[in-house]
Design a protein around this ligand. Structure first.
Ligand code: FE2
Ligand code: FE2
Length: 155
């Protein structure tokens, strides 16, 4: 049986942005999420990944950050937030949902994964480190295209 996969990105964006605790211009806020989504789409154009998971990661991974400094559990809370909206604003099959939850939960706690979809999520986030004055390192990329972009210092 084919399980449905969909996302109402317009409503998702309005809801996620509306509940965010920081100003929407913060370094972990909406402009960052948009860039992570864009990076994810580039990575997906060159890597065999689940693009819906990568796009959803962009909108959820930092959605529950409460400050820009120390908040080690923000990824876990972002994952729980995603779970709470499954079936209302988006849906995924169970395997893909588990990838989204894992990618959000561990995006700051773990560096590497063998799963390309989760790796593309983390690379898309790390490719935006330039916003805080850090040059993304090819040594901390999970996908070949992420490494290539980081080596070129193209972002
Ligand atoms: Fe984060
Ligand atoms: Fe992030």
């Amino acid at each position: 049986m084919n399980e449905p996969r969909w996302c109402d990105f317009e409503r998702l964006e309005a809801l996620v942005v509306g509940q965010f605790k920081e100003e929407a211009g913060g370094v972990h806020g909406v402009s960052h999420w948009r860039r992570v989504e864009q990076h994810g789409l580039w990575l997906a154009s060159r890597t065999d990944v689940d693009v819906l998971v990568v796009r959803l990661f962009a909108w959820f991974h930092d959605s529950k950050r409460e400050n820009d400094y120390t908040d080690p559990d923000h990824g876990k809370r972002g994952a729980e937030f995603a779970r709470s909206l499954r079936g209302q604003l988006f849906d995924l099959d169970d395997d893909a949902m588990e990838k989204l939850v894992y990618a959000c939960t561990w995006h700051t706690g773990r560096d590497f994964t063998d799963d390309l979809t989760i790796g593309a999520c983390w690379d898309a986030d790390r490719l935006d480190l330039g916003r805080v004055g850090v040059i993304p390192s090819p040594d901390f990329m999970n996908t070949p295209f992420g490494r290539e972009v980081a080596k070129l210092r193209a972002l």
